[in-house]
Design a protein around this ligand. Structure first.
Ligand SMILES: NC(=O)c1ccc[n+]([C@@H]2O[C@H](COP(=O)([O-])OP(=O)(O)OC[C@H]3O[C@@H](n4cnc5c(N)ncnc54)[C@H](OP(=O)(O)O)[C@@H]3O)[C@@H](O)[C@H]2O)c1
Length: 237
C-alpha cells in the first residue's frame, strides 16, 4: 500500500462509521488527517482517540458541510495546520428512509443538502490547495443507492443519484488540473447509519477504508473512477 507520509487529507464525517475507518486507514499509512463532525468537541475527542494509535497526525474540526462558509473555514484550518491539502474524502451523509407520503420537506432537504450540496461546497472550497498538490484526489462516498432505487429512498436516492452524476462531471472537469476524482459506492455497511443493528454479513467500515487506500495506490496515469462494493452473501430476500 502507498506510503502516505507527507500527504494531507480531509475526511468529512469522520467521527464514526465509514469516515472514522477512512481516517484510521489514511493516518495509519502516515497521512496527516483532518476529520470533521458537526460538533467541534466530538471531532476533537475522536481525533484524540485515533491519533494515539496511528502514525500520522489527526486533527478534529467542527464543520457542518451544509454551510459553504464552514467548508471554507475547514480547508483554511487544514492548510494552516498542515501546509496544504492532497486528498479530500467527502463522506459525511445521512439517510432518512420513508415513502414520499410520509417524508416531510425538511427531511428531504437535509439529505440533499448534506449528501449532495455538502460535497459541492467542500470540494469547491478545497480546489485551490488541491490544484497546488503534487497528486491530488477527491474521493466521494456514494452508494449502490446512487444507481438503484428502492421504496423509501425518495430523498436518499435523489441525493446519491445526484452525487454520482456530480462526481463524474467533476472528474471530467478536474482531471487536467492534476486532481483524480472517484466515487466509492458501497451497499450495506455495518455502521450505525440505519437502525439495523449489528450486521456481520455486511461490508465492514474498515473495508471501505481499504478501498480508499487501494484507489490512492494506482499509478498516476490511471483513474479508477467508480468502485461498487457489495456484501458477498447478504441474507436472501
Ligand atoms: N452504512 C451504510 O450502509 C452505507 C452504505 C452506502 C453508503 N453509505 C454512505 O457512507 C457515508 C457514511 O455513512 P456511515 O454509515 O458511516 O454513517 P454514520 O455512521 O451515521 O456516520 C455519518 C457521519 O456523517 C457525519 N455528518 C452527518 N451530517 C453531517 C453534516 N451536515 N455535516 C458534517 N458531517 C455530517 C456524522 O458526523 P456527526 O454526527 O458527528 O456530526 C458522521 O460522522 C454516508 O455518505 C452514507 O450515505 C453508507
Amino acid at each position: 500500500m502507498a506510503d502516505l507520509t507527507g500527504r494531507v487529507a480531509i475526511v468529512t464525517g469522520g467521527s464514526e462509521g465509514i469516515g472514522r475507518s477512512v481516517v484510521e486507514a489514511l493516518a495509519g499509512e502516515g497521512a496527516s488527517v483532518v476529520l470533521t463532525s458537526r460538533s467541534r468537541d466530538r471531532a476533537t475527542s475522536v481525533a484524540g482517540e485515533i491519533g494515539g494509535e496511528v502514525r500520522g497526525a489527526v486533527m478534529g474540526v467542527g464543520c457542518d458541510v451544509r454551510d459553504p462558509s464552514q467548508c471554507r473555514d475547514l480547508v483554511s484550518a487544514t492548510v494552516a495546520a498542515f501546509g496544504g491539502l492532497d486528498i479530500l474524502v467527502n463522506n459525511a451523509g445521512l439517510g432518512i428512509f420513508k415513502p414520499i407520503q410520509e417524508m416531510s420537506a425538511e427531511e428531504y432537504l437535509v439529505q440533499v443538502e448534506t449528501n449532495l450540496n455538502g460535497v459541492f461546497f467542500t470540494t469547491k472550497a478545497a480546489l485551490d490547495p488541491l490544484r497546488e498538490a503534487d497528486d491530488a484526489w477527491v474521493i466521494n462516498i456514494g452508494s449502490l443507492a446512487s444507481r438503484n432505487t428502492f421504496s423509501g429512498g425518495v430523498g436518499y436516492n435523489a441525493s446519491k443519484f445526484g452525487l454520482l452524476g456530480m462526481t463524474e462531471a467533476m472528474m471530467l472537469d478536474l482531471r487536467y488540473d492534476g486532481i483524480r476524482t472517484s466515487i466509492i459506492m458501497p451497499g450495506s455497511v455495518n455502521t450505525g447509519f440505519s437502525d439495523h443493528g449489528d450486521r456481520p454479513w455486511a461490508i465492514q467500515p474498515d473495508d471501505v477504508g481499504e478501498a480508499v487506500l487501494q484507489l490512492l495506490s494506482y499509478p498516476r496515469h490511471t483513474l479508477v473512477s467508480r468502485v461498487e462494493m457489495r456484501p458477498s452473501a447478504p441474507p436472501r430476500k
